[in-house]
Design a protein around this ligand. Structure first.
Ligand SMILES: [Fe+2]
Ligand SMILES: [Fe+2]
Length: 292
């Protein structure tokens, strides 16, 4: 791990904290043509059914799906905070990794509060995680070793980074959400630099089997997060007929979009330490629909 680099990250975190309370213009209400999620990230855009939706249904689809996305972030970050809290107990208080993780914990707690406030501001009703998500989330958090959990966290951070960039660069995104994504991307960029640097110590000495396992951890984390966003109940809420059928079409559509638009950075990272091999390539193709 590059200690000087991590010291620099700690310094920025302390000297330039971004407070959601003041950084985000919470008092602003959405303007008439503001959207909550760029169309391209919604599950139905690209399907013929999307063109049959009214302007209001499109807006509502974006609002509900955005709420689902940030509620999932909040839940995932809370889980990761549980792990980090346990992990720093094993490190001396003056250790650079311990000190950075304290900064990351502080920031992640602020993010969770910020996501919750944004959900309230949007009048959102997040749909609970499925039993399977809860089980795998809690099980892996409790029993996997630290290197695997950091692998999982970086895969999710890399995906949320791409998502955030789409959202904050969208010209008519609701300003509260734009600033929320700005803040999140700035702070997550530091977490990504730290985690990559930390993981390099592990990947440098990892053999074929370990690289295969790391690759699967990343793959399953992405699958985990991708399947949290698309929900049948949202199609019911916006008044679509046959929500079950729409859900099936949307899941397929979203899988394809997600692999095309959100996974380039993650795949580059996996490739850097040769995580694609005979044992992993087929699963990436089959489960995530990527070309590798
Ligand atoms: Fe975060
Ligand atoms: Fe993070």
């Amino acid at each position: 791990m590059d200690v000087n680099e991590v010291e620099r990250l700690i310094k920025i975190s302390k000297e330039h904290p971004l407070m959601p309370e003041t950084y985000i213009p919470w008092h602003l209400e959405p303007a008439n043509d503001d959207v909550f999620l760029p169309e391209i990230l919604t599950s139905l855009q690209g399907l013929p059914i999307y063109d049959t939706l009214s302007t209001n249904q499109k807006l509502e689809l974006g609002r509900h799906e955005l709420v689902q996305v940030i509620a999932s972030y909040g839940w995932g970050e809370c889980l990761f905070c549980l792990f980090m809290t346990r992990h720093i107990l094993t490190l001396p208080l003056d250790d650079v990794e311990h000190r950075f993780l304290l900064r990351e914990l502080i920031e992640e707690f602020r993010h969770q509060e910020m996501f919750g406030q944004a959900i309230r501001k949007l009048g959102g009703k997040p749909i609970q995680q499925s039993g399977l998500h809860k089980f795998f989330g809690l099980f892996s958090n409790k029993y996997l070793a630290a290197d695997y959990l950091f692998m999982g966290s970086i895969s999710i951070e890399l995906v949320t980074d791409v998502y955030g960039n789409y959202a904050r660069r969208s010209p008519n995104i609701y300003p509260v959400l734009k600033k929320m994504f700005d803040l999140h991307n700035i702070e997550e960029a530091r977490h990504i630099i730290f985690t990559k640097s930390l993981l390099k110590t592990y990947t440098d000495k990892a053999g074929y089997i370990k690289r295969t396992l790391y690759s699967y951890v990343i793959l399953f984390n992405i699958l985990f997060v991708r399947t949290m966003y698309v929900k049948k109940e949202i199609y019911e809420r916006i008044g679509l007929e046959n929500p079950e059928k729409v859900f099936k079409l949307a899941s397929k559509n979203f899988k394809q979009k997600f692999s095309e638009k959100c996974l380039a950075d993650t795949m580059k990272f996996v490739n850097e330490w040769k995580g694609f091999n005979l044992l992993t390539r087929w699963a990436w193709r089959w489960l995530l629909g990527v070309e590798v």
